[in-house]
Design a protein around this ligand. Structure first.
Ligand code: AMP
Ligand code: MG
Length: 333
């Protein structure tokens, strides 16, 4: 059974880490599933408990700025500007790893990694915990492929039966989407994953040309990469609120849920179709998305129609997660 800790039990959480245990903890983005970054057995267990593929590295969470210098080897000059602007916060920096460190650090202990992804969280509970525990390696605290957890209840859904795992209750996470991952190993930074720190905010800091966006090459036609996914088959609908509403009205059945924003309300007969309003701005949509995907499962949805957002600002991260949850299914109406 998962052991639940209160938010003022960070010291106990750190002791669990020091004795080789695993602790789920709140951050401002989503809950993480943490282990002592230097304990190979504990890190291997994070992979096996999650069912995470061994080639997908973990973020190293730090609470002291000096730890970045211990982990990173020759970071570029622009790294300090990014750190100053966005740490503590939802930005993960991928840097060359210091040669003094274990070859596997930051990844699965059976493998080797040349780089590490490092982040300093803004959540005070996370920072108290990490200060006491030391550097924590953590992916999101969900089973692989499932929507990331934004409340303790989500962590319990995925790991409630697990023995030897504790979870700190930190309420709902403020942002609701994962950190932005930026590769800073080259002359110019590259966004590897859109997240809570927007590309527009990054661009403001360093001249526009210096940011190229990595194109996430689809692994197979139709982008068959399932991630963040509910059990129901999800389809994204892109178009005017009026057109989306009439598509939903035409094709929804009793087991369909419409995940929409407020713009659609005047056009959709909510009494006939199960409708969840994600929010009326992107911050709210980001905060609610994963929670509502899990809610769709709880309600027994077999099909989800999700209203697209534009890709400005936080919209890029929202559409990235929606597209993966929908395995690339998008209909322009
Ligand atoms: P999660 O915490 O589950 O959102 O996953 C962590 C994310 O950070 C994944 O997308 C990883 O691929 C990425 N990440 C962590 N470390 C590295 C690294 N060294 N190089 C590239 N990506 C990384
Ligand atoms: Mg994850």
């Amino acid at each position: 059974m998962l052991k639940i800790l209160k938010s003022d039990e960070c010291k106990l959480a750190a002791e669990i880490i020091h004795s080789g245990g695993i602790v789920a903890f709140p951050t401002e983005t989503v809950y993480g599933l943490g282990a002592d970054a230097f304990n190979a057995n504990a890190v291997a267990r994070v992979y096996s408990e999650k069912g995470r593929p061994g080639d997908n590295p973990l973020i190293l969470h730090i609470a002291n700025a000096e730890d970045f210098n211990k982990l990173a080897h020759n970071p570029p000059k622009y790294a300090s500007a990014l750190i100053k602007a966005f740490w503590p916060g939802a930005l993960t920096l991928v840097v060359q790893k210091s040669p003094d460190l274990p070859e596997w650090l930051g990844g699965h202990p059976m493998g080797k990694t040349a780089t590490v992804g490092v982040r300093m969280c803004a959540n005070p509970i996370a920072n108290t915990f990490i200060k006491a525990a030391g550097i924590i390696a953590a992916p999101s605290a969900n089973k692989a492929g499932r929507p990331s957890p934004t409340t303790l209840a989500h962590v319990i859904e995925d790991f409630g039966e697990a023995d030897g795992i504790a979870a700190i209750d930190g309420g709902s996470t403020a942002v609701g989407l994962e950190s932005t991952v930026v590769d800073i190993t080259g002359k110019e930074p590259v966004i590897l994953r859109h997240g809570a720190v927007t590309q527009e905010a990054l661009r403001e800091l360093v001249s526009l040309e210096k940011y190229t966006e990595a194109t996430d090459t689809p692994r197979s036609p139709g982008m068959k990469y399932r991630h963040y996914a509910p059990r129901a088959e999800m389809t994204i609908l892109s178009g005017t609120p009026e057109n989306i509403a009439s598509y939903v009205q035409k094709y929804a059945t009793s087991t369909t849920i419409a995940l929409v924003n407020k713009t659609i309300a005047p056009f959709l007969d909510a009494s006939a179709i199960t409708t969840l309003i994600l929010g009326d701005n992107k911050e709210a949509i980001a905060r609610n998305l994963f929670s509502y995907l899990r809610e769709c499962d709880r309600l027994g949805a077999q099909r989800i129609f999700a209203q697209a957002v534009d890709t400005e600002g936080l919209g890029a991260a929202i559409m990235d997660r929606m597209t993966k949850a929908a395995e690339g299914r998008i209909i322009y109406v």
